[in-house]
Structure formats: C-alpha cells, structure tokens
Design a protein around this ligand. Structure first.
Ligand code: BG6
Length: 494
C-alpha cells in the first residue's frame, strides 16, 4: 500500500538531494510505495520556481523513468519554497503550503522532514518547526537528519537537546547511509541465520576482525568540509563503529527494532576505554602525498583545492577497538579507512583461530570475508587436501560474489532508509545512545591527535596507507588480509 505523506526537504538544491534523495524517492514511487498521496516541498535559499524545481528533479532521475510521462507525473508532486532558515515569515508560508498540499494530496497530516543542510542550522529549523506549528502533533511526524551529528560529544549533545525540544527520540532518524547498504544488513543474516557461525562467533574462535573502508578517490571538491573533519570523524565515528556494533552484538531475542537496538547499544557502551598511552599506540593517522597508480598521477592532499596550507588533517585512519563483552573481550577489531588508497573496497574479514594441528603441517587460518562494496557477497577460506598420493594441506576459497550495482538489483541505501522511515522502523538508523558513546571514545583520540602527541604519517596516493598501519597489526601478531596494493606492485603499476 502506498503511504500518505508530505515530505519537506531542507536543502533541496543541494548535491545530496539531486544525487540520492530524488532518485530514491522515484524508486519508491515506481515500486508503488508512494503514489497519489505524496507530495514534496523542497526548500533552499535560491529563488526557484516550481517548474524549474520539477526540471531539476527530472534531470536527477537519469534513465530511471520508463518514459517522460512517468518522470513528469512524479515531478508534479514536487513544490518549491525559497527559504531562509532564520526567517520566521518563511516558516509561516511553509505551514500554509503544507496545509494546502496536505488537503490536495490527502496526506493525512503525515510529515517527514529531511534536513540536508549544514548542521549549524538543524537546531534553528527544529525550533521553528515547533514554534510555527508545522509540527502539530497530527499524523506521524518524523525527522531525518544527515550526518555529521555533531563534531564532538559536546556539540552532539547540544544538537540533540535542540532537536529534543521538538521531536522525541523515536521520531528522529539519524542517517548513517552504511546501515542502508544491502551487505551491511546482510551481516545480520550471516550471523544469525547460520548455525555454523552462530556458536563460533566469539573470542574462543575468532582471533581478530578487520574492517576496511578504503576509497580510491581523493577529497574531490569537498575540501572545505573534509579539512575540518578528517578520516576519523568522517568514517570511523559513524560508519565503522556502526558496522562494528553489528559484528560484535549478541544475538537479539528477535529481529525487531527494540531488541536489535538494545544489543547494538550494549556494544557501544562496552567499547573498551583505552588509556592515552594505548591510544597513542593503537591509533594511526596519515595524510596522502602525491603518487601514481596504474599510469595516473595524483596530487597530494595539501595540493587539493580548499585545503588549508600545512593542514594536519588526516586522510587515513587506522586503529584497534576492543569490545568488553563476554563474547569479545580482548579480540582486536582492526579498522582502516582512507582516501586515495589503492582501490575502493569496503570489506570485513573475520580471522578465525588456528585449528589444533594433527598433521604436522602448516594450515591457513579460516577467514570469512564479507564484501560490502563494490562487489557484494562472501567468501570463506577453508583447508582441504591437495590432490595427489601424498597428504598435503591446501587452502580453498568458497566464493560467492556479484557486482550488485552493475546488476542494478541492490536498492539504493537511501531508498531503503526512506522506506523504513515511512514504516516507522528505525532499526537502521543511529540511536542517540550509540552516537553519544561513539563520540565519547573518538573525542579522546581527537584530543591526542590535535595535541600532536603522535606523528601524522604520510603515504603516497595509490598505496594502502602508511607503514605504521601495517606495523600496528604486526604488533598484535597479525597482518592485513586484504592487500590490493600487492597486486598492483607485482605488475609494476604502483
Ligand atoms: C561519507 C563520507 O559519509 O561516506 C565520504 O563523508 C565518503 O567522505 C562516503 O566518501 C563513502 O560512502 P560510500 O557509500 O561511497 O562508500
């Protein structure tokens, strides 16, 4: 059944709206999840007309529509209001438009607000939504909010208080687009629908976990934002810790929102606090310098546009978390993320402990890899016997992978997340308790890094980060399982 709902998007002229939001809404429309009874109010500062806005929406859809009629029909549900977030008059006009469209489309007072703007405006918008009674307690009222949720515990708390004046926690949907990814959601299935993993998913059998969030792109045109953020806040505080919580959580009683959430929050609350000395040893930062890979040259971070001279912002972060639960105490959860690494690849490897030897031969450790992107799937390496008259162990890899984006069958993260919001399901969003606990941890690393208590390593564009990130694993008797750089080096491409 299609939803009755009025969307209001703050930041409707922005890049995210065009790249992700409109196409995702369109996919929901095409699938029949929204139909006759939905409308969208887009707001931004620019003085656009409805016609122009419709055109922007249509262009953003690319070749998704079956025909131009369908595209136009969809876009006809979009209305535009030029809006200055500080001007009360504009909210009064917004309220009026909301009421008109509510009647016209019979949206039953159901409202979804999407804040896709600089976070400093979130509080002001939320306040006005209440004072001008745009949020009026009729129908469902849900707020979707984009990252970053604060830049420290303090700013996150302030923001949360501001939102809490207008919205209850259950009404707030904090986006972490990784939670909308097909293969991140698939971790639940792998972990909890397979008896072969269920009983070995703990410290007795798992030696370490490696979380890779590698990107081959540089900072592109986002230098202004990125230079104030850096890899730790951009990727680890949110995406990596969310993924970690799904990997480390205990099995929930059921797969409903409350049970899943309770177990995830437990992981965040059991993130082991590390001493300053441990943080200095366990967290590595790096910045890319000029480099070349596969015949192409890339400039260093400091030469990118909108980067402050001599910037100390890290474009690479690696480290180790521990989760102090009975299941995972002392198991290292290694992570690394960075811009301008060898290849784009988000993948998790679970390294199992060595089996007790009865063969007098070396056996490889079992490794389960979960491929999140660009390919999606799993692989499991196990040991077998080499064909032949003598008995020799040899590793074999069971591999199931496909390129989902190319097949076009994996829904866009935002499409799934919108769908969940329409159904009031916040399982795949970040809860305040999770955000709070993650900032508590990350703040400490930020402080140590800002005080320059550890070196800012460099790494050439195209490599897999500074040597220190390899040494870190070695200090735990481990090594990175995924080494795409080796492939390029062996072929003289790096
Ligand atoms: C965003 C970060 O949250 O995630 C970006 O701000 C990063 O810096 C992006 O490039 C990666 O997302 P994806 O879906 O392309 O892996």
């Amino acid at each position: 059944m299609s939803s009755h709902v009025l969307f209001t998007i703050f930041g409707a002229s922005g890049d995210l709206a065009k790249r992700k939001l409109y196409p995702s809404l369109f996919r929901l429309y095409k699938a029949g999840h929204i139909g006759q009874h939905f409308a969208v109010i887009g707001t931004a500062r620019r003085p656009w007309t409805k016609e122009y806005f419709e055109q922007v929406v249509i262009e953003s859809l690319g070749d998704l529509p079956d025909n131009t009629r369908q595209a136009h029909e969809f876009a006809s549900h979009f209305y535009y209001q030029s809006h200055d977030v500080n001007d009360t008059e504009h909210y009064i006009a917004l309220k009026q438009l909301q009421e008109e469209l509510g009647k016209q489309y019979q949206t039953e007072h159901n409202k979804v607000f999407f804040l896709s703007m600089a976070p400093e405006f979130f509080g002001t918008i939320a306040k006005h939504l209440k004072s001008e009674q745009i949020v009026d307690g009729k129908g469902f009222e849900r707020l979707i909010i984009e990252k970053p949720f604060g830049t420290s515990l303090e700013t996150a708390e302030k923001l949360n208080q501001e939102l809490a004046e207008t919205f209850e926690e259950e009404q707030i949907y904090r986006i972490d687009h990784y939670l909308g990814k097909e293969m991140v959601q698939n971790i639940f299935a792998v972990r909890f629908a397979n008896i072969i993993f269920e009983h070995i998913w703990n410290r007795d059998y798992i030696e370490s976990v490696q979380i890779n969030f590698a990107e081959s792109i540089g900072v592109e045109d986002r230098g202004g934002y990125y230079d104030h953020s850096g890899a730790l806040k951009d990727m680890i505080q949110n995406h990596a810790l969310q993924v970690l919580s799904i990997l480390a959580m205990d099995k929930p009683k059921s797969f409903n929102e409350a049970d899943v959430r309770a177990e995830k929050i437990k992981v965040f609350q059991h993130l082991k606090q590390q001493t300053d000395e441990e943080i200095k040893r366990n967290f590595i930062r790096g910045q890319y310098t000029a480099g070349h890979i596969d015949g192409k040259d890339y400039v260093g971070y400091l030469e990118e546009p909108n980067i402050a001279e001599g910037s100390q912002t890290e474009t690479f972060a690696s480290g180790v978390f521990f989760v102090d639960t009975d299941a995972f105490r002392d198991v290292p959860f290694f992570f690394r993320t960075g811009k301008r690494l060898t290849e784009k690849g988000t993948r998790i490897t679970i390294v199992f402990k060595q089996a007790q030897d009865i063969f007098g031969q070396h056996a490889e450790k079992n490794v389960l890899t979960i491929y999140i992107q660009p390919t999606e799937g799993f692989s499991l390496s196990i040991n077998g016997k080499e064909v032949g008259s003598h008995f020799a162990l040899t590793p074999a890899k069971l591999d199931f992978r496909h390129n989902a984006t190319a097949l076009g069958n994996s829904p866009e993260a935002y499409e799934k997340l919108f769908f969940d919001v329409l159904h009031g399901d916040s399982t795949n969003f970040s809860h305040w308790e999770e955000v709070k606990a993650s900032w508590q941890f990350i703040d400490q690393v930020v402080r140590i890094w800002q005080d320059n208590q550890v070196p800012l390593h460099t790494y050439p564009a195209g490599s897999m980060g500074p040597q220190a990130a390899f040494d870190l694993l070695e200090s735990y008797g481990s090594k990175w399982i995924w080494t795409p750089d080796v492939w390029y080096r062996e072929r003289g491409l790096l």
